[in-house]
Design a protein around this ligand. Structure first.
Ligand SMILES: NC(=O)c1ccc[n+]([C@@H]2O[C@H](COP(=O)([O-])OP(=O)(O)OC[C@H]3O[C@@H](n4cnc5c(N)ncnc54)[C@H](OP(=O)(O)O)[C@@H]3O)[C@@H](O)[C@H]2O)c1
Length: 344
């Protein structure tokens, strides 16, 4: 049994970790923290978990208690893992961070986008970007995992086959992405209110979103050089889901794109390349650790359109974090993650 601690258990990614780990045969949640709900039983806050975590209550984060775990997930705002990860790693506890703290390899770049100095630049050399479809072998050996963000997961998985094969113009990529409101977390904010986000859709952060440098870092590696990306996120009136519509031009229109994508992801348990002409829906991945992809070339032209959908809380956060746990501890990568999405 892997003994698990979770820092930030009351947020959306925290409760999603609890939902997924409740079905995991080899993981046991021993510690779950919340400063605001310390003392409250987990099932009293989240009745969907009644019967799964009897006796488990939220506690104030305490490094000594957390260090007794084999692995600690951080489901917290940025900056928290910077402060605590070092002590945990020194105690031999592995860290899987769902926040952005260790996703960017350049500490100055991180400081620029997050508006504060990087809190643990000395740990960056140990941090592995937890996208299994790219870094599976490094994840196996790691002790500190930076779980990719939700937009970055859907967008990178959609672009990777084109860039790795060197067939797309990497200087003019476009990612037009839509997110459900749970992507903003559970904290009270006017923009997340039902009357503000319902029955409306809007773009935001067109000038530059914090996920831009993360996506660019991954695409640069896939392309083996510089990339030019325009990334436009949108807020849509759904609770869960990311839909990325990706555009790239290709010089050679004779390449069989369907075969290229199918081959790239043939051995990937959590990437589903749909048949030619498909239009994946976010509701088909709701609750499931799956990225569902379709590739199109409208009117047989040189513009490729890739459609990529995930559940932001599962393949975009907590499911991918559990996938990383499975790889880190030598378990079957699909353990606890093989359920289908919720429909309707
Ligand atoms: N929501 C998504 O779809 C999504 C997807 C991918 C990645 N992420 C990332 O995952 C992280 C968590 O996101 P979320 O949406 O679950 O956030 P959230 O709903 O706002 O929850 C944040 C959690 O962190 C705890 N927390 C806040 N400040 C803390 C501190 N200083 N020390 C210890 N605990 C603290 C909170 O509990 P207390 O305040 O009671 O301690 C709460 O449980 C974020 O970094 C986010 O960017 C989110």
């Amino acid at each position: 049994m892997v003994k698990v601690g979770i820092v930030g258990g009351t947020g959306y990614t925290g409760v999603e970790l609890l939902r997924l780990l409740a079905q995991h045969p080899q993981a046991e949640v021993a510690v779950i923290t919340s400063r605001s709900e310390a003392g409250l039983a987990v099932a009293d806050m989240y009745p969907n978990l009644r019967g799964h975590y009897d006796g488990l209550a939220f506690s104030v984060p305490d490094v000594k208690t957390l260090a007794a775990c084999d692995v600690v997930f951080f489901a917290t705002p940025h900056g928290v893992a910077h402060a605590l990860a070092g002590e945990l790693l020194a105690a031999g506890t592995k860290v899987i961070d769902l926040s952005a703290d260790f996703r960017l390899q350049d500490a100055d770049e991180w400081a620029k986008w997050y508006g504060q100095p990087h809190g643990a630049p000395e740990l960056l050399k140990d941090a592995v970007y937890g996208l299994p479809e790219v870094n599976r072998e490094q994840i196996r050996q790691a002790r500190l995992i930076a779980v990719p963000g939700c937009y970055p997961t859907a967008t990178q998985l959609g672009f990777l086959p084109l860039l790795e094969a060197g067939i797309a113009d990497a200087s003019r990529l476009i990612a037009d992405c839509k997110s459900g409101v749970s992507g903003a977390g559970r904290g009270a904010a006017v923009g997340s209110l039902f009357c503000e986000a319902g029955e409306s859709m809007k773009a935001y952060a067109v000038k530059g979103h914090r996920h831009l440098p993360e996506i660019t870092q991954g695409l640069r590696r896939a392309a083996g050089g510089d990339v030019g990306l325009t990334f436009v996120p949108h807020l849509t009136p759904m609770i869960r889901g990311i839909h990325s519509t990706l555009y790239a031009t290709v010089a050679d229109t004779s390449v069989d794109l369907q075969a290229l994508f199918e081959k790239r992801y043939a051995d990937e348990p959590f990437v589903d390349v749909m048949p030619t002409g498909s239009h994946p829906e976010t509701r088909s991945v709701r609750g499931a650790n799956v990225c569902r992809i379709a590739v199109h070339r409208p009117q047989d032209g040189d513009l490729v359109v890739v459609l990529s959908v995930i559940d932001n809380l599962v393949k975009g956060a907590s499911g991918q974090a559990v996938q990383n746990l499975n790889i880190l501890f030598g378990l079957d990568e699909r353990m606890g993650l093989s359920h289908a999405g919720l429909l309707p």
